[in-house]
Design a protein around this ligand. Structure first.
Ligand code: B16
Ligand code: MG
Length: 215
């Protein structure tokens, strides 16, 4: 029996990927790389440092650990600048009501985002009170596809992992949810998220009826 729903942030609740892309593209340009939207897909759901490693690999560039830390911070400064322009209207259609109706039906709701900026995003969207627990990139050691983030969310909710459903838009996130022993709803293309128990095109396509019939 499902007792809790755990939401990823970027790609499930709001599209922060567009801001990550702008900031990574700006950084990559300084190293003579033109980061494409297809390449940006590889960065979804993975941590900031892992994203940088992927970009440097794409360009065949090798940097010291110190330099990597420095430029990852620089990228984050730009990302936060772009984020500051974000408004509560950027939440995906229907998601605010969905979060409320899930809780109104007695289920627990958590947010589990790899982003170290998740609290800021949640505040900007005005949804900080819609969750029973929030877990972000500052609270974990191993990022998705490791199950750590989802296991911590379940622990904070005091719910058994097998009674949780995770909503994820990234392949690494789907793998993490399944490795945590949870059910997973993929948000996006079935081609990319085929390992999920169910794939929907948009977060708000999911209803409590779907929950009862599928899980
Ligand atoms: P930050 P999610 C992830 O968010 C993004 O999808 C991913 O592209 C980003 O690298 C990661 O957060 C870390 O973000 O640099 O803000 O710590 O999908 O797990 O909500
Ligand atoms: Mg995501």
């Amino acid at each position: 029996m499902i007792k809790a729903i755990i939401f990823d942030l970027d790609g499930v609740i709001v599209d922060t990927a567009q801001y990550h892309y702008l900031a990574w593209k700006r950084l990559a340009k300084e190293y003579g790389l033109d980061l494409t939207l297809d390449q940006n897909e590889l960065l979804k759901g993975v941590s900031r440092m892992r994203s940088l490693e992927i970009i440097l690999d794409l360009g065949g560039i090798s940097l010291s650990k110190e330099e990597m830390e420095r430029i990852a911070n620089k990228k984050n400064g730009w990302f936060v600048e772009y984020l500051n322009e974000m408004t509560p209207e950027e939440i995906f259609p229907g998601v605010r009501d969905m979060l409320r109706s899930i809780r109104a039906n007695g289920l627990r709701v958590a947010l589990a985002s790899s982003s170290k900026n998740a609290n800021k995003v949640v505040r900007l969207l005005n949804i900080e009170n819609e969750f029973d627990a929030i877990v972000d990139g500052t609270m974990i050691v191993n990022s998705k596809p490791d199950p750590e983030i989802f296991l911590l969310a379940a622990k904070k909710l005091s719910v058994d992992p097998a009674s949780c459903v995770v909503f994820e838009d990234a392949e690494a996130g789907v793998e993490a949810a399944l490795a945590a022993g949870m059910k997973c709803v993929g948000v996006g293309s079935a081609e990319q998220l085929g390992k999920a128990n169910l794939v929907i095109a948009k977060t708000a396509d999911f209803t409590l009826q779907t929950l009862n019939s599928e899980f």
